[in-house]
Write a protein of this length. Structure first.
Length: 583
């Protein structure tokens, strides 16, 4: 890391921002000023503020399954809603939002993206992503988040996909796709101005997965509202990834399970039984045997992910085929065929890709002190021990594909058997066609309201906008290869000069958002802020392995695409022993 970037990031981490603007944080308004926000005027006249409450410093909420609750400084919390209406099935829909305004404000606004099917507000303290400790709120940012226009506790019908019932309502689908971003950020800016007496100087968006898609929507469709966006492992072509690819994945592993006689009591394939954890370790081992040393070091990681091709991996994988019955040290032909089909990506009858192919990476499975990693299999096939199809490609994927990403929606009950029956039986190519069907009063297809694939970003960049993306090479939900293709398309649009505003970091071994045999802890948001505010273009980022990785504390360089880390000399556990080179 260059000294100037390290200095800028150190300053940013300590203060939330650097330079003349950091001379003093905004003076804390009174509790009465917070309460008065309940009566403030907002750009959308349908806005109703349910509460405006001064909050003391301390934890927000109770401890949960993932650890203690986040801490927060003293701040004013606003809960509001807008555009309330009666929608499909007679259900009441609204865009709910939450704004937290810190007493010690740094002058900036932070829009926190959602995830999955959205539908919840959560703590809304502003995750910095990439494993960065603390929150945007703790750093002095005003923070806004939203449920994306539907409420999981209200807008659900067990006979119509449960929490994604909103897919039956065209306006709710549109809001989920990204239409809420403009009204919500304008409401947040109005709250900031009413509370502090001035608007934010800069507005950031940060989100991963579905939130990554939202971050890209922010830059593409609301470019005048944002100054920089942090995009994590984005589902930017979610209509294809969720409506098509996940169904193809479910079917590949379901067919394998059926051939192995692994069935549910209803006679459906039990996809989670198609591979044991040890079977997936065999696949991961084949990837390592074929590709580990391509980066100059045998260390359980594949830095040269572009060189780790099917042509290189598949011959090694094929050596594992069982000569007769299944044994612990071999894979059945059906298992090898399933992995090949999944890695090749969903295809039409003419062989064309319907979404994307996938990189080969040992993050498919890894042995750790806690057992075999589950980040890849929980999406692709589900837990081996589960008596039902627990894979998210079936549960979340089946529900979303049938209700949100294809038109018109197909009724599917919110039960494991019904969702599995849909996922295993749907025609994948027909689903791709149904992502293109225009439906409802807005005459929009799923691709229209959901896919954030625009490549002309001139409206965003002419204001100095910056985009930093990171994506795990072993992500089982959204393919790094697809994200790379978007970056390449933007670069062509920009005549080969997109790196003046766009950086992509591939994270070898990392699954969806984190985990896997990877170094997945790094200061991406700090780098983005240094770029936008100090003009320090991000170079290599130092990333650290989390305690649950196979190598706790290991550090590596994350290199801006198309560069990759290569071992040079020294301690192989330290990032400084690597350089970024063009493969």
């Amino acid at each position: 890391m260059r000294p100037i970037l390290a200095k800028a990031i150190a300053c940013l981490a300590a203060l939330g921002f650097c330079g003349a603007a950091s001379a003093a944080a905004a003076a804390a308004p009174s509790p009465e000023a917070c309460q008065a926000l309940a009566r403030a005027a907002f750009p959308d006249p349908t806005t109703v503020i349910a509460s405006a409450t001064p909050r003391p410093a301390g934890p927000i909420g109770a401890a949960g399954p993932f650890g203690p609750p986040p801490n927060a400084p003293a701040h004013c919390q606003i809960l509001g809603k807008m555009q309330e209406r009666k929608g499909a099935n007679g259900q009441i829909y609204a865009i709910r939002f939450q704004v937290r305004l810190p007493d010690a404000w740094n002058g900036r606004l932070f829009y926190e993206g959602g995830g999955g099917s959205d539908g919840v507000l959560g703590a809304g303290v502003g995750s910095l992503m990439g494993g960065e400790p603390g929150s945007a709120l703790e750093r002095g940012y005003a923070v806004v988040n939203t449920d994306a226009g539907h409420d999981n506790a209200v807008n659900r019908d067990p006979e119509r996909q449960g929490v994604v019932t909103f897919g039956w309502d065209p306006e709710a689908r549109r809001n989920y796709g990204g239409a809420v971003i403009g009204p919500v950020v304008r409401a947040a800016k109005a709250a900031v101005k009413a509370y502090y007496g001035k608007p934010p100087t800069l507005t950031y968006f940060a989100g991963g997965s579905k939130g990554g898609q939202e971050a890209m929507m922010a830059a593409q469709r609301f470019p005048e509202e944002f100054d920089a966006v942090l995009v994590g492992y984005p589902g930017y072509r979610l209509a294809y990834a969720g409506g098509v690819e996940q169904m193809s994945v479910a079917q590949a592993f379901g067919q394998t399970a059926k051939a192995m006689g692994m069935l549910t009591p209803e006679g459906l394939p039990l996809a989670g039984k198609s591979f044991s954890d040890d079977d997936l370790l065999l696949v991961s081992g084949a990837v390592l045997k074929a590709c580990d040393e391509l980066d100059g070091l045998k260390d359980g990681m594949v830095e040269n992910y572009t060189g780790c091709t099917t042509a290189r991996v598949f011959p090694v994988l094929s050596e594992l085929v069982c000569k007769s019955a299944k044994a612990p040290d071999c894979l059945l032909p059906d298992q090898i065929a399933a992995i090949r089909k999944v890695q090749d990506g969903a295809r039409g009858k003419d062989g064309r890709l319907l979404y994307s192919d996938w990189p080969w990476d040992p993050g498919i499975a890894a042995r750790t002190a806690q057992g075999v990693s589950q980040g890849w299999r929980q999406w692709k096939m589900g837990a081996y021990a589960s008596p039902t199809n627990s894979g998210l490609s079936v549960t979340l994927g089946g529900a979303s594909a049938s209700a949100v990403f294809t038109s018109p929606p197909t009724p599917v009950a919110d039960t494991p058997a019904a969702l599995a029956r849909y996922a295993f039986g749907v025609d994948v190519e027909q689903n791709w066609a149904k992502t293109q069907v225009k439906w409802g009063p807005f005459n929009e297809s799923a691709v229209d309201f959901m896919n954030a694939e625009a490549t002309d970003l001139s409206r965003f960049t002419k204001r100095g906008g910056k985009i930093l993306i990171y994506h795990g090479v072993a992500d089982p939900v959204f393919s790094l290869n697809d994200t790379v293709r978007w970056v390449q398309a933007v670069d062509r649009q920009e005549g080969g000069k997109a790196d003046r505003f766009l950086r992509l970091y591939a994270v070898p071994g990392m699954n969806h958002g984190g985990g896997g045999p990877s170094t997945d802890q790094f200061a991406a948001f700090d780098a983005l802020v240094a770029w936008r505010e100090q003009g320090v273009a991000p170079g290599p980022l130092v990333a650290t392995a989390r305690p649950t990785s196979p190598w706790p504390g290991r550090t590596r360089l994350l290199c801006p695409y198309p560069l990759q880390a290569r071992f040079v000399s020294g301690d192989s556990e330290k990032a400084q022993s690597f350089h970024c080179i063009k493969p």
